[in-house]
Write a protein that binds this ligand. Structure first.
Ligand code: HGY
Ligand code: MN
Ligand code: MN
Ligand code: MN
Length: 400
């Protein structure tokens, strides 16, 4: 049996997996080699701790420690990354969960209630476009019928990608019946803890957010012989929409990002026929999010009318406002005097909370404040402080 590894050894195990030699960023898309390797590593590390991992039909994983009675406490996060992502977003929650379990054992804690460690697949939605796909399917927020027709950028169907990773979607999904409380540790994806000069925090809420696909259709034409006034250029309509979204989000103090674009036919010397762009919008309330997206869409439609192009907008994986249990957050914050802060990042914790499971999040300081980038970082001392904080939280919730 492989030896269980301490936090820094586990972190070294993961460092090279899916890492780009050129950018230093991570490519751990679900059901592809790097992420599959990480999920196998998780099984090994659990086995080294005498834990048996249950893997469901799409790759979600859970291992339980202790056979105490009553609803268990699940902790964990995700192992997949965005394209060219950072090392910490996701894996820090899984490695810290393993290390926190070791810390509880070192402290001689025998939990009165079972403690589980879980891994949810496709949290980033970076391959099939739906954020938190694994936890959404487990909670029923998304059904298999809704998801199975999804395709990735190469046209691979979700079911085929999963089968290609050696899994059988018909084998069913994880049950959360044993889960009384879910706690996710995550690297902070902002600067709140840095600005407060503290290593650990808890989450108060997750801003509502979502993705909208904008399809701008125009008239393909020659880049040279077509006069500017005769064009119906969807790239122009897109560009003015991106400008409008940026302006509107700044004005309203919200967030709007066009980070992904697909152009057809994508040639240098032809006015495009189609430009597809994905808007990631986030706001401090459900109403503010609805107004932001409506205003961007209104301005896009107006621009399309002027450019003689057309526009179809399709909502994808929209998540409503998540406010975590304030009493639970206050009770846990008191364990370490940790601040309770909002986040604009989506998490599996948000999906489980929306499904009615009592949920908390532990944040670890990110000195760069940058995430979804190779520049994302967390110092070892802060990571170890996060492990101890998570162990304190688990001991508090699982009783001993
Ligand atoms: O996109 C998000 O907010 C998260 O990091 N998946
Ligand atoms: Mn992320
Ligand atoms: Mn994450
Ligand atoms: Mn020609």
């Amino acid at each position: 049996m492989p030896a269980s590894r301490d936090f820094e050894e586990m972190w070294r195990d993961l460092a090279p997996v899916g890492r780009s030699a050129s950018s230093g960023g991570y490519y751990r898309q679900p059901w592809a080699s790097a992420e599959t390797e990480l999920r196998a590593w998780f099984v090994e590390q659990c086995a080294a701790r005498g834990l048996t991992v249950e893997t469901d039909g799409i790759g979600n994983q859970v291992a339980w420690w202790g056979d105490g009675e009553g609803p268990g406490v699940l902790t964990g996060s995700h192992l997949d990354s965005v394209l060219d992502g950072g090392a910490y977003d996701g894996p820090l929650g899984v490695v810290s969960a393993l290390a926190a379990l070791d810390a509880l054992r070192d402290r001689g804690v025998t939990p009165a209630r079972p403690i589980g460690i879980g891994v949810f697949v496709e949290e980033e939605g970076s391959r099939f476009g739906r954020a938190c796909l694994g936890s959404r399917l487990v909670t029923g927020a998304t059904t298999w019928d809704q998801a199975k027709e999804l395709t990735d950028r190469d046209g691979v169907f979700l079911a085929d990608a999963i089968a290609g990773a050696g899994l059988d979607p018909s084998a069913g999904l994880l049950s959360l019946d044993r889960v009384g409380t879910f706690v996710e540790l995550h690297v902070e994806q902002g600067r709140d803890l840095v600005d407060r000069d503290v290593a650990v925090g808890l989450a108060s809420e997750i801003w509502p957010h979502g993705r909208w696909r904008f399809d701008f259709a125009g008239q393909a034409n020659h880049a040279g012989t077509t006069r500017m006034e005769d064009r119906h250029d969807p790239m122009l309509t897109y560009a003015m929409t991106a400008l409008a979204a940026n302006k509107q989000a700044r004005l309203a103090g919200q967030r709007a990002t066009f980070g992904r674009l697909a152009v057809e036919p994508n040639g240098t010397n032809a006015v495009p026929s189609l430009v597809t762009a994905w808007l990631d919008a986030r706001a401090s309330s459900d109403d503010a999010l609805a107004s932001l997206v409506a205003e961007v869409q209104r301005q896009a439609d107006d621009r399309a009318g002027r450019d003689g192009t057309s526009l179809v907008v399709t909502p994808e994986s929209v998540s409503g406002s998540v406010v975590f249990d304030a009493d639970l957050a206050a009770r846990l914050a008191a364990l370490g005097g940790w601040p309770v802060i909002p986040t604009q990042a989506g998490h599996d914790a948000g999906i489980l909370s929306a499904a009615g499971i009592s949920t908390a999040m532990v944040f670890v300081r990110n000195p760069t404040g940058i995430s979804h980038s190779p520049d994302e970082h967390a110092g070892t001392a802060d990571c170890l402080a996060g492990v101890e904080a998570l162990a304190d939280v688990l001991a508090e919730l699982a009783g001993s």
